[in-house]
Design a binder for this molecule. Structure first.
Ligand code: ZN
Length: 128
């Protein structure tokens, strides 16, 4: 199991837990209304405050989970640079570095004395 898979499993668990808290809080608020109509003021305030706190907690954690998922998705996109020698067709793929551009001369080819140029820059998402 990769780090990323474990990370997304953690997110699923966190989302599931937050939804559980949200459902429980909603139930508390509904039952507080029932307590109120039965004249149980103490139960009413207790359930209402707890329910509202639960809703606030789960909504804020769901929001932060969503933000973290977006960050992880953005990070998982890899940008690759292809270096190519036109003389001997030597090809090398590496991670994109700042300053890379197509047709940039990146030095001598390790196989011949030709110039190694960047022929392509592209992005890819990792395969699951
Ligand atoms: Zn070459």
């Amino acid at each position: 199991m990769t780090e990323q898979r474990r990370g997304s499993l953690y997110f699923y668990a966190a989302v599931f837990f937050s939804l559980g808290v949200l459902a429980y809080s909603a139930w508390l608020i509904i039952s507080s209304a029932a307590s109120y109509s039965e004249g149980q003021k103490e139960n009413f305030y207790y359930s209402l405050v707890l329910g509202l706190m639960g809703v606030a907690l789960s909504v804020s954690s769901l929001t932060s989970i969503r933000r973290r998922i977006q960050i992880i998705k953005a990070q998982s996109i890899r940008t690759l640079t292809v270096e190519f020698c036109e003389k001997c067709s030597f090809k090398r793929v590496r991670e994109f570095k700042v300053g890379d551009y197509v047709q940039k001369n990146v030095g001598k080819c390790p196989q011949c004395v030709g110039d190694l140029l960047i022929s392509m820059i592209y992005s890819e998402t990792p395969k699951d």
